[in-house]
Structures are given as C-alpha cells and as structure tokens.
Design a binder for this molecule. Structure first.
Ligand SMILES: Nc1ncnc2c1ncn2[C@@H]1O[C@H](COP(=O)(O)OP(=O)(O)OP(=O)(O)O)[C@@H](O)[C@H]1O
Ligand SMILES: [Mg+2]
Length: 379
C-alpha cells in the first residue's frame, strides 16, 4: 500500500475506533485527525512518498516536513539549520545566509512516533497560487570529500557533465496557461541535457506554453547574484550535492497575457480567477490586487531592455526600488510585487562541511547557471 494510502487508511481506521463517542466529539476528533501531514503535493525532486520509504510532508500549518535521512546526512542537515537559525547566532556569514534559506522552525515528530524526526521548514512555494518549481543541483561535484570510491563513481556516472557544466536540473513543473495544468520533468530530463541542449532544456522552466517569462528569468538572475555574492564573501563552508529551489508565479501572468491579448490592460479579467482552490488562497487575493502593477512592471522589464541583461536587472531594480543585496522581506503585504513573484532558495544540506577556502565548485556552478540564463534572456 502506498504511504499516502496508508496515511489515509490509518486516518479512516482511527475514525472507526471512535465509534463509541458522541457525534460532536467524534466530529471534533475526526477533524483533528484530518490534520495529519500529507505528502508534499508540489515536490519536484528527491525522495518521494510512494516511491521511497521517506519523503517530504506538508504540515497542516503550511510548513514542510523533511524526515531526517540516516546518519551522517540527516544529523548534518539538522545541525546546519540549527546553527544558521540559532537565536544567539552572531556569525555574520550565517546571519547573511538566513535570507537565502527556507526559514527553519526546529524539529517535529508525529505524536505516536516521537523518535521519528523531521525538519520543519518554510514551504518556499507556499505563498504562490500556481507555483512553477525547479530543483537545480549546484557544484562541480555531487559527492563530498569523504564519499567512498563507489559513491563517487555512482555520482559521476549519473551525470558525467557535472564537472564541466556545474549544475544539474533534478526536476521541474511548469504551469501552462492554455491547458491550465502543470507540465513536469523528472531527474532523467536533466541528465539527458548536453552542452548543446542545456539552454533549451533550462528555458523550458520559464516557458508557460505561450511565452517565455523573461520577467521571471530576470528576477531569478538577480537572486542568484545575491547568493553568489554571499559565496564570494565567505570561506567557512563548502556545499556538496546541494540545490537551488526556483519558484515563480505561474498564475498572475494568465491575467497579464490574456489582458495583453485582449487589450484590456488595467481591467480585471475574469479568466484570471483561480480555476481550482489555489496553493495559497490568501496570497492569491493579494496577487490579484497587484495584477495591474505586474502588467506595467513586466512589460517594462522585458521589452526594450530584454537584449541586455544589465539593463533587464537594472530595470527590475528600478521598478522594485530595491538594491542588489536587499534584505529578505518577511511581510508579503509590504513586499514589492515583482520581487515577491519569484523565489530562489538554497535547499538540501546533507553534505555541508567546514572549510578555510572559498567554495569554488559551487561558485563555478552559480556562474555557469547565470551564464546560461543570460543567454536565454538575450535570445
Ligand atoms: N522548504 C521547501 N519548500 C518547498 N519545497 C521543498 C522544500 N524543501 C524541499 N522541497 C521539495 O522537496 C524536494 C526534495 O527536497 P530535498 O532536496 O531537501 O530532499 P532530498 O533530495 O530527498 O533529500 P536528501 O538529498 O537529503 O536525501 C525539492 O526538490 C522540493 O520540490
Ligand atoms: Mg535533493
């Protein structure tokens, strides 16, 4: 039985046990039990429930739960998050890193299995109505310095171009506006990409079936530059087999492109309403209220300035009024729409090690990724 089914099954079975209770109490307990974490619906890569023994869960409070991998990987990741988000943390490089990670809310365990440990993390895609998500592994090496010969060979065999390209798409899902559905690619898609097909392969993430989302590419480039700036300013940590998680809003652009097509810019489009219950209802209301602003912003950053990356980023900065290394905005209500429209966060820290040199492998990967994104935007 798939894990998802097991969770549902145990929930239903537990409901039977409560048969002796009065109806109100039964309803309350049933509602309580319904709040069991479920497999993360928008996971694009990594260990998944139903396929592997462990996977990423979605807590009813909107956070995600990542079960600790067996040692040393799980404890390594937990220690990393604990250090970066420690309340008494004073290390400037760790404080500066916080803005590039999902927020960490400590550990979580199921009440009936107190020994099962999960990391409780911000859902990076949680505030998006139609999140387009991509997981990209960064670095020249997918294995750490302590990996066995066998592990090294296995990782190299999986993607021999890693050393040269410096990044690997592990999975993605893209919202296609015409069909109103998601198009997904798994790890084998990324592994099939060569130097010749890499640009087209990566561009698929930013293509919604109707047009290339140059606004999302520009903002992603801007956020990667901020992460690169952090890596160039620190020598204490090295990251192996770690990823960047990209998210951009696929929903609001429906209004944008439909309005553009119909010459209705500035008016509310009925087709912009969510067709199904969104990922974040509250957020989508806020998104809708900002749609007019998006129409102006995205067209100004993608028309005349699209041939120049510098101009594109400059234009995005001008529209948003933020600098190159702005602090992370916590409050969506106060965040400029465009910046809020895209997220790039570092995830997966099972192989983080102390060091006394800059992390040249990761920096190489970031620069390579930036180069390809700049090529896409310039085409
Ligand atoms: N904080 C998060 N917010 C939203 N989605 C997330 C978050 N963390 C992970 N995910 C989703 O889960 C996937 C896998 O995450 P992650 O890389 O951390 O786990 P993993 O690869 O299974 O773990 P490991 O490599 O430690 O075995 C990501 O590609 C992403 O889709
Ligand atoms: Mg991963």
């Amino acid at each position: 039985m798939a894990t998802e089914d097991k969770l549902l099954h145990s929930f239903l079975a537990a409901g039977d046990e409560a048969g002796h209770e009065n109806s109100a109490e039964r309803k309350r307990r049933t509602a309580e039990r319904a709040r069991v974490p479920v497999p993360l619906s928008h996971q694009v890569a990594g260990h998944k429930f139903g396929i592997h023994k462990v996977g990423i869960l979605q807590h009813f409070d909107g956070t995600v739960l990542k079960q600790l991998q067996p040692p040393p990987r799980g404890p390594c990741e937990m220690q990393f998050y604990t250090q970066v988000f420690a309340q008494d943390c004073t290390a400037s490089h760790l404080l500066a890193l916080q803005q590039h990670l999902p927020k960490y809310y400590g550990t979580w365990s199921p009440s009936d299995k107190p020994n099962e440990l999960y990391l409780k993390l911000e859902d990076v895609a949680g505030r998006f109505a139609r999140p387009c998500i991509m997981d990209v592994k960064i670095g020249k090496k997918s294995y750490d310095p302590f990996a066995s010969q066998e592990k090294q060979e296995e990782q190299i065999r999986k993607y021999p171009l890693m050393e040269e390209i410096g990044f690997l798409i592990l999975g993605m899902r893209v919202y296609h506006v015409a069909s109103g559905s998601y198009v997904s690619h798994d790890q084998f898609y990324g592994r099939s990409l060569t130097k010749e097909t890499l640009k087209t392969g990566l561009a698929q993430f930013f293509h919604n079936g109707e047009e290339l989302r140059k606004d999302a590419i520009s903002l992603s480039i801007h956020k990667i530059h901020n992460i690169l700036h952090w890596f160039e300013s620190q020598k204490q940590l090295h990251f192996y087999a770690s990823s960047l998680l990209f998210v951009y809003e696929g929903f609001c652009h429906i209004a944008n492109s439909k309005n553009k097509n119909k010459g209705l810019t500035g008016q509310k489009s009925k087709q912009a309403e969510p067709q199904t219950k969104g990922n974040a209802d509250l957020t989508s209301l806020k998104l809708k209220s900002h749609c007019g602003q998006v129409n102006c912003s995205s067209s100004s950053s993608s028309s005349s300035s699209s041939s120049s990356l510098f101009k594109a980023i400059h234009s995005v900065r001008r529209v948003n009024g933020f600098g190159s290394h702005c602090p992370h905005h916590q409050d969506i209500g106060n965040t400029p729409y465009m910046e809020n429209n895209v997220e790039v966060k570092m995830i997966d820290f099972a192989h983080v090690f102390p060091s006394d040199r800059s992390d040249d492998g990761y920096i190489y990967g970031l620069k390579s990724l930036l180069f390809v994104l700049e090529q896409i935007i310039q085409d």
